[in-house]
Write a protein that binds this ligand. Structure first.
Ligand code: ZN
Length: 305
Protein backbone atom coordinates (compact mmCIF):
# COMPACT_ATOMS: atom_id res chain seq x y z
CA UNK A 1 0.00 0.00 0.00
CA UNK A 2 1.23 3.50 -0.80
CA UNK A 3 1.84 5.90 2.02
CA UNK A 4 0.31 9.34 1.51
CA UNK A 5 3.80 10.74 0.75
CA UNK A 6 4.24 8.19 -2.04
CA UNK A 7 0.75 8.90 -3.30
CA UNK A 8 1.55 12.59 -3.64
CA UNK A 9 4.79 11.77 -5.51
CA UNK A 10 2.85 9.46 -7.85
CA UNK A 11 0.18 12.11 -8.48
CA UNK A 12 2.86 14.68 -9.19
CA UNK A 13 4.57 12.40 -11.72
CA UNK A 14 1.24 11.69 -13.38
CA UNK A 15 0.48 15.44 -13.66
CA UNK A 16 3.86 16.10 -15.21
CA UNK A 17 3.51 13.22 -17.66
CA UNK A 18 0.06 14.48 -18.71
CA UNK A 19 1.45 17.97 -19.28
CA UNK A 20 4.36 16.53 -21.28
CA UNK A 21 1.91 14.44 -23.33
CA UNK A 22 -0.10 17.52 -24.27
CA UNK A 23 3.09 19.42 -25.14
CA UNK A 24 4.08 16.61 -27.50
CA UNK A 25 0.59 16.50 -29.04
CA UNK A 26 0.72 20.26 -29.61
CA UNK A 27 4.18 19.98 -31.18
CA UNK A 28 2.89 17.26 -33.47
CA UNK A 29 0.06 19.50 -34.62
CA UNK A 30 1.96 22.78 -35.00
CA UNK A 31 5.21 21.17 -36.10
CA UNK A 32 8.79 21.86 -35.14
CA UNK A 33 8.94 25.01 -37.25
CA UNK A 34 7.11 27.03 -34.63
CA UNK A 35 4.14 27.83 -36.87
CA UNK A 36 1.50 30.22 -35.56
CA UNK A 37 -1.33 27.84 -36.46
CA UNK A 38 -2.00 24.19 -37.23
CA UNK A 39 -2.07 22.93 -40.81
CA UNK A 40 -5.62 22.30 -41.86
CA UNK A 41 -7.50 21.06 -44.96
CA UNK A 42 -10.83 22.54 -45.98
CA UNK A 43 -12.84 20.31 -48.30
CA UNK A 44 -15.24 21.88 -50.77
CA UNK A 45 -17.26 19.97 -53.38
CA UNK A 46 -14.89 20.58 -56.27
CA UNK A 47 -11.64 21.53 -54.52
CA UNK A 48 -9.56 21.17 -51.43
CA UNK A 49 -7.87 24.15 -49.79
CA UNK A 50 -4.84 23.46 -47.63
CA UNK A 51 -4.24 26.22 -45.08
CA UNK A 52 -0.50 26.81 -44.68
CA UNK A 53 0.59 29.19 -41.91
CA UNK A 54 3.67 31.35 -42.59
CA UNK A 55 5.72 34.03 -40.79
CA UNK A 56 4.06 35.52 -37.72
CA UNK A 57 0.42 35.56 -38.81
CA UNK A 58 0.29 35.11 -42.63
CA UNK A 59 -1.60 32.38 -44.46
CA UNK A 60 -0.60 30.74 -47.75
CA UNK A 61 -3.11 28.43 -49.42
CA UNK A 62 -2.73 25.42 -51.68
CA UNK A 63 -5.79 25.01 -53.92
CA UNK A 64 -6.21 21.48 -55.31
CA UNK A 65 -8.67 20.57 -58.07
CA UNK A 66 -10.41 17.35 -56.99
CA UNK A 67 -10.84 16.11 -60.58
CA UNK A 68 -7.33 16.52 -61.99
CA UNK A 69 -5.16 16.96 -58.83
CA UNK A 70 -3.74 20.11 -60.43
CA UNK A 71 -2.85 22.74 -57.85
CA UNK A 72 -2.12 26.45 -57.41
CA UNK A 73 -0.59 28.22 -54.45
CA UNK A 74 -1.68 31.62 -53.09
CA UNK A 75 1.05 33.99 -51.74
CA UNK A 76 3.85 31.40 -51.23
CA UNK A 77 6.09 33.44 -48.90
CA UNK A 78 7.51 30.20 -47.40
CA UNK A 79 8.47 28.15 -50.52
CA UNK A 80 9.95 25.24 -48.51
CA UNK A 81 6.65 24.53 -46.76
CA UNK A 82 4.81 24.83 -50.09
CA UNK A 83 7.11 22.30 -51.78
CA UNK A 84 6.89 19.86 -48.86
CA UNK A 85 3.09 20.09 -48.90
CA UNK A 86 2.86 19.64 -52.69
CA UNK A 87 5.12 16.57 -52.56
CA UNK A 88 3.28 14.98 -49.63
CA UNK A 89 -0.11 15.58 -51.26
CA UNK A 90 1.21 14.23 -54.58
CA UNK A 91 -0.42 16.99 -56.66
CA UNK A 92 0.76 18.91 -59.74
CA UNK A 93 1.68 22.50 -58.90
CA UNK A 94 1.50 24.74 -61.97
CA UNK A 95 0.38 28.19 -60.81
CA UNK A 96 1.12 30.91 -58.28
CA UNK A 97 -1.64 33.39 -57.42
CA UNK A 98 -0.24 36.58 -55.89
CA UNK A 99 -2.68 38.93 -54.15
CA UNK A 100 -0.30 41.92 -53.90
CA UNK A 101 3.35 42.95 -53.94
CA UNK A 102 4.02 43.27 -50.18
CA UNK A 103 6.98 41.07 -49.21
CA UNK A 104 5.01 38.98 -46.70
CA UNK A 105 2.82 37.81 -49.62
CA UNK A 106 4.99 37.99 -52.77
CA UNK A 107 8.43 37.66 -51.10
CA UNK A 108 8.73 33.92 -51.80
CA UNK A 109 7.81 33.96 -55.51
CA UNK A 110 11.33 34.17 -56.92
CA UNK A 111 12.71 31.47 -54.63
CA UNK A 112 9.80 29.13 -55.39
CA UNK A 113 10.27 29.60 -59.15
CA UNK A 114 13.99 28.86 -58.71
CA UNK A 115 13.46 25.75 -56.53
CA UNK A 116 10.66 24.28 -58.64
CA UNK A 117 11.88 22.16 -61.56
CA UNK A 118 8.82 22.75 -63.72
CA UNK A 119 7.52 25.95 -65.27
CA UNK A 120 5.27 28.03 -63.00
CA UNK A 121 2.76 30.62 -64.15
CA UNK A 122 2.93 33.52 -61.69
CA UNK A 123 -0.24 35.64 -61.62
CA UNK A 124 -0.70 39.10 -60.12
CA UNK A 125 -1.90 42.61 -60.86
CA UNK A 126 1.22 44.64 -60.08
CA UNK A 127 4.63 44.82 -61.78
CA UNK A 128 6.25 45.14 -58.34
CA UNK A 129 5.50 41.40 -57.82
CA UNK A 130 8.58 39.16 -58.08
CA UNK A 131 8.73 36.54 -60.89
CA UNK A 132 5.43 37.81 -62.33
CA UNK A 133 4.76 36.44 -65.83
CA UNK A 134 0.94 36.60 -66.01
CA UNK A 135 -0.33 40.14 -65.41
CA UNK A 136 -4.08 40.12 -64.72
CA UNK A 137 -6.87 42.71 -64.57
CA UNK A 138 -10.52 42.84 -63.48
CA UNK A 139 -12.53 39.90 -64.89
CA UNK A 140 -9.54 38.08 -66.38
CA UNK A 141 -9.97 34.35 -65.92
CA UNK A 142 -7.92 31.17 -66.12
CA UNK A 143 -8.15 27.59 -64.86
CA UNK A 144 -6.60 25.28 -62.27
CA UNK A 145 -7.34 21.89 -63.83
CA UNK A 146 -11.14 21.83 -64.06
CA UNK A 147 -11.58 24.81 -61.72
CA UNK A 148 -12.27 28.32 -62.92
CA UNK A 149 -10.56 31.41 -61.49
CA UNK A 150 -11.89 34.94 -61.96
CA UNK A 151 -9.78 37.96 -60.99
CA UNK A 152 -11.29 40.83 -59.02
CA UNK A 153 -9.28 44.04 -59.09
CA UNK A 154 -9.48 45.54 -55.58
CA UNK A 155 -7.08 48.51 -55.39
CA UNK A 156 -6.75 50.38 -52.06
CA UNK A 157 -4.42 48.45 -49.72
CA UNK A 158 -2.11 48.51 -52.76
CA UNK A 159 -2.95 49.77 -56.26
CA UNK A 160 -2.43 46.36 -57.89
CA UNK A 161 -4.28 44.17 -55.36
CA UNK A 162 -6.17 41.21 -56.86
CA UNK A 163 -8.67 38.86 -55.18
CA UNK A 164 -9.16 35.45 -56.81
CA UNK A 165 -12.63 33.87 -57.00
CA UNK A 166 -12.35 30.11 -57.58
CA UNK A 167 -15.34 27.96 -58.58
CA UNK A 168 -16.07 24.61 -60.22
CA UNK A 169 -15.80 24.75 -64.01
CA UNK A 170 -19.60 24.93 -64.40
CA UNK A 171 -19.73 27.76 -61.86
CA UNK A 172 -22.03 25.72 -59.62
CA UNK A 173 -21.49 24.58 -56.04
CA UNK A 174 -19.41 26.19 -53.33
CA UNK A 175 -16.80 28.71 -54.38
CA UNK A 176 -13.84 30.21 -52.56
CA UNK A 177 -12.31 33.67 -52.66
CA UNK A 178 -8.71 34.50 -51.73
CA UNK A 179 -8.75 38.05 -50.46
CA UNK A 180 -5.15 38.80 -49.41
CA UNK A 181 -5.05 42.07 -47.45
CA UNK A 182 -8.30 43.50 -48.88
CA UNK A 183 -10.95 41.62 -46.86
CA UNK A 184 -10.03 40.03 -43.52
CA UNK A 185 -12.38 38.12 -41.28
CA UNK A 186 -14.18 40.94 -39.45
CA UNK A 187 -12.02 43.67 -41.00
CA UNK A 188 -10.13 45.03 -43.99
CA UNK A 189 -6.58 46.04 -44.94
CA UNK A 190 -5.08 49.47 -44.39
CA UNK A 191 -5.58 52.04 -47.15
CA UNK A 192 -1.87 52.38 -48.03
CA UNK A 193 -2.38 53.27 -51.70
CA UNK A 194 -6.07 54.04 -52.02
CA UNK A 195 -9.23 55.77 -50.89
CA UNK A 196 -12.39 54.89 -48.90
CA UNK A 197 -14.25 54.93 -52.22
CA UNK A 198 -11.99 52.21 -53.61
CA UNK A 199 -12.36 50.02 -50.50
CA UNK A 200 -16.12 50.52 -50.72
CA UNK A 201 -16.05 49.34 -54.33
CA UNK A 202 -13.92 46.31 -53.35
CA UNK A 203 -15.93 45.19 -50.31
CA UNK A 204 -19.45 46.41 -50.93
CA UNK A 205 -19.68 46.14 -54.73
CA UNK A 206 -17.32 43.41 -55.97
CA UNK A 207 -16.89 41.02 -53.02
CA UNK A 208 -20.47 41.49 -51.75
CA UNK A 209 -21.74 40.38 -55.18
CA UNK A 210 -20.28 36.87 -54.74
CA UNK A 211 -22.68 34.17 -53.51
CA UNK A 212 -23.16 34.28 -49.70
CA UNK A 213 -21.85 30.71 -49.41
CA UNK A 214 -18.45 31.66 -50.91
CA UNK A 215 -15.69 30.72 -48.46
CA UNK A 216 -13.33 33.60 -47.60
CA UNK A 217 -9.62 32.77 -47.24
CA UNK A 218 -7.78 35.92 -46.17
CA UNK A 219 -4.09 36.78 -45.88
CA UNK A 220 -3.65 37.01 -42.10
CA UNK A 221 -4.86 35.53 -38.81
CA UNK A 222 -6.27 38.83 -37.49
CA UNK A 223 -9.76 37.63 -36.51
CA UNK A 224 -9.67 38.30 -32.76
CA UNK A 225 -8.21 41.81 -33.14
CA UNK A 226 -10.71 42.65 -35.90
CA UNK A 227 -13.68 41.23 -34.03
CA UNK A 228 -12.77 43.23 -30.96
CA UNK A 229 -13.07 46.40 -33.09
CA UNK A 230 -16.30 45.08 -34.67
CA UNK A 231 -17.77 44.66 -31.16
CA UNK A 232 -16.69 48.21 -30.30
CA UNK A 233 -18.56 49.48 -33.39
CA UNK A 234 -21.67 47.32 -32.86
CA UNK A 235 -21.88 46.22 -29.20
CA UNK A 236 -25.41 44.88 -29.72
CA UNK A 237 -24.54 42.64 -32.69
CA UNK A 238 -24.79 39.13 -31.22
CA UNK A 239 -23.14 37.37 -34.14
CA UNK A 240 -19.92 39.28 -33.34
CA UNK A 241 -19.92 38.14 -29.71
CA UNK A 242 -20.58 34.54 -30.77
CA UNK A 243 -17.75 34.60 -33.29
CA UNK A 244 -15.37 36.01 -30.65
CA UNK A 245 -16.16 33.12 -28.27
CA UNK A 246 -15.66 30.61 -31.10
CA UNK A 247 -12.43 32.24 -32.29
CA UNK A 248 -11.00 32.31 -28.74
CA UNK A 249 -11.49 28.54 -28.48
CA UNK A 250 -9.91 27.98 -31.90
CA UNK A 251 -6.89 30.14 -31.07
CA UNK A 252 -6.43 28.51 -27.64
CA UNK A 253 -5.43 25.36 -29.55
CA UNK A 254 -3.72 27.33 -32.36
CA UNK A 255 -6.36 26.33 -34.90
CA UNK A 256 -6.92 28.77 -37.78
CA UNK A 257 -10.13 30.84 -37.76
CA UNK A 258 -10.31 30.87 -41.58
CA UNK A 259 -12.40 30.44 -43.60
CA UNK A 260 -15.54 32.48 -43.02
CA UNK A 261 -18.13 33.11 -45.76
CA UNK A 262 -19.19 36.23 -47.67
CA UNK A 263 -22.64 35.88 -46.03
CA UNK A 264 -21.06 35.88 -42.56
CA UNK A 265 -18.86 38.89 -43.32
CA UNK A 266 -22.01 40.81 -44.29
CA UNK A 267 -23.40 40.04 -40.84
CA UNK A 268 -20.38 40.90 -38.65
CA UNK A 269 -17.76 42.89 -40.60
CA UNK A 270 -18.26 46.65 -39.97
CA UNK A 271 -16.44 47.55 -43.21
CA UNK A 272 -19.00 45.53 -45.20
CA UNK A 273 -21.82 47.06 -43.13
CA UNK A 274 -21.27 50.75 -43.85
CA UNK A 275 -24.90 51.01 -45.08
CA UNK A 276 -26.24 49.96 -41.67
CA UNK A 277 -27.66 52.68 -39.42
CA UNK A 278 -25.90 51.20 -36.36
CA UNK A 279 -22.48 51.43 -38.04
CA UNK A 280 -23.14 54.90 -39.48
CA UNK A 281 -24.24 56.14 -36.05
CA UNK A 282 -21.01 54.87 -34.49
CA UNK A 283 -18.94 56.57 -37.21
CA UNK A 284 -20.41 60.00 -36.47
CA UNK A 285 -23.86 59.87 -38.02
CA UNK A 286 -23.12 60.52 -41.71
CA UNK A 287 -25.50 58.50 -43.91
CA UNK A 288 -23.00 58.26 -46.77
CA UNK A 289 -21.46 54.75 -46.72
CA UNK A 290 -18.16 55.99 -48.23
CA UNK A 291 -17.74 58.68 -45.56
CA UNK A 292 -18.53 55.98 -42.98
CA UNK A 293 -15.89 53.69 -44.55
CA UNK A 294 -13.22 56.42 -44.24
CA UNK A 295 -14.11 57.21 -40.62
CA UNK A 296 -14.13 53.54 -39.58
CA UNK A 297 -10.71 52.90 -41.12
CA UNK A 298 -9.23 55.96 -39.37
CA UNK A 299 -10.62 54.81 -36.05
CA UNK A 300 -9.39 51.22 -36.57
CA UNK A 301 -5.87 52.49 -37.43
CA UNK A 302 -5.59 53.78 -33.84
CA UNK A 303 -7.70 51.14 -32.08
CA UNK A 304 -6.08 49.05 -29.36
CA UNK A 305 -7.82 45.68 -29.05
ZN1 ZN B 1 -0.18 43.88 -47.49
Amino acid sequence: MFSSAWRSVATNIETQLTAAYFRVQKLRKVGLRGMHSTLEDVKLESMQVKILPALQDNYMYLIVDNKTREAAVVDPVDPELVIKTVQEANVTLSKVLTTHHHWDHAGGNEKLVKLWEKELEVYGGDDRIGALNKMVRQDDSFTIGSLNVRCLSTPCHTTGHICYHVTAGDGKGEGAVFTGDTLFQGGCGRFFEGTPEEMYDALCTKLSALPDTTKVFCGHEYTLQNMSFARHVEPDNESIQQRIEWAKLRRASQDPTVPSTIGEEKIWNPFMRVHEASVQKHAGGATDPIVTMGKLRKEKDNFKA
